[in-house]
Design a protein around this ligand. Structure first.
Ligand SMILES: Nc1ncnc2c1ncn2[C@@H]1O[C@H](COP(=O)(O)O)[C@@H](OP(=O)(O)O)[C@H]1O
Ligand SMILES: [Mg+2]
Length: 252
């Protein structure tokens, strides 16, 4: 595995452990805990990236946007806590830390998604694999499961599950939802209505390496390190579901 991928995995895991510790030791809950976790996880990621990769730029949800990244060769795209709402709520495991690396030459070249409450970090293998070997070995179920935001499910959610004869599974965090598809617990993740580059960069890097199809709801490519970091919609799904899902989402 490339050194960048190893670093992405180490940083996401370390930030996740810090977040677990903060949650265990703090009396804060809700938005206050989310804000504290965001700030301290961001500090850890920025410090460790500055030490390990001093020449690279960083785009973080929790930092001022340094536009020099637009001319950089390599940009780390990080979300210190994804699923902030769930992190602040007792009993939730659907929150994540995202660390991705984008290069001007090749787009996303490394990605790690830590799910600290589940004690697991997913790192993209860097080797594109066939869908049949990369995905969970289970065949597509009779009723494919579609994960959607627990608080902001897209308007087309119901139409998507009707088109594929599936069922909806609400869940927090873009990273947690994408990794549910990577694990084979779900078959697709659809989102629309708002999101930013840091919400999807690392999850997409991992999901693509697993042979999942990733793109916008109109079928176009997800493009990162843009001036405007708003990237409001995406589909991550088993390739065999792509056409049926896009038939609904592209016309919505
Ligand atoms: N309509 C919207 N506008 C902006 N961001 C959105 C959004 N819907 C979801 N997101 C962001 O996408 C991430 C996953 O959301 P959800 O849990 O609802 O699926 C969250 O990231 P953060 O927790 O990092 O803010 C959330 O803020
Ligand atoms: Mg996020």
């Amino acid at each position: 595995m490339s050194e960048d991928r190893v670093l992405a995995g180490e940083l996401a895991t370390a930030a996740g452990q810090l977040l677990l510790q903060i949650r265990a030791e703090s009396d804060l809950r809700g938005k206050e805990l989310g804000a504290e976790g965001d700030r301290r996880s961001n500090d850890l990621l920025l410090e460790r990236l500055a030490a390990a990769r001093p020449d690279d730029k960083v785009l973080s949800e929790e930092s001022a946007d340094d536009k020099s990244r637009l001319h950089a060769e390599r940009v780390w795209i990080v979300d210190p806590v994804d699923g902030t709402r769930e992190y602040g709520t007792d009993g939730h495991t659907d929150w994540a830390v995202h660390v991705a690396l984008w290069s001007a030459e090749s787009g996303l070249i490394a990605g790690a998604v830590a799910l600290p409450a589940l004690d697991v970090t997913y790192v993209d293998s860097g080797e594109p694999v066939a869908a049949t070997t990369g995905l969970a070995s289970s065949a597509l179920g009779e009723r494919p499961r579609v994960v959607v935001s627990a608080s902001r499910a897209p308007a087309f959610s119901r139409a998507v599950v009707e088109a594929i004869g599936g069922e909806l599974l609400p869940m927090g965090s873009a990273g947690a939802k994408a990794m549910a598809v990577v694990r084979g617990e779900a078959d697709a993740y659809v989102h629309a209505g708002g999101q930013y580059e840091w919400d999807s960069a690392a999850p997409v890097a991992v999901a693509q390496a697993k042979g999942l199809w990733c793109g916008r709801i109109d079928g176009s490519a997800l493009v990162y390190n843009q001036d405007d970091t708003y990237l409001p919609d995406l589909v991550i799904c088993r390739p065999e579901l792509r056409d049926a899902i896009l038939a609904v989402t592209a016309s919505s």
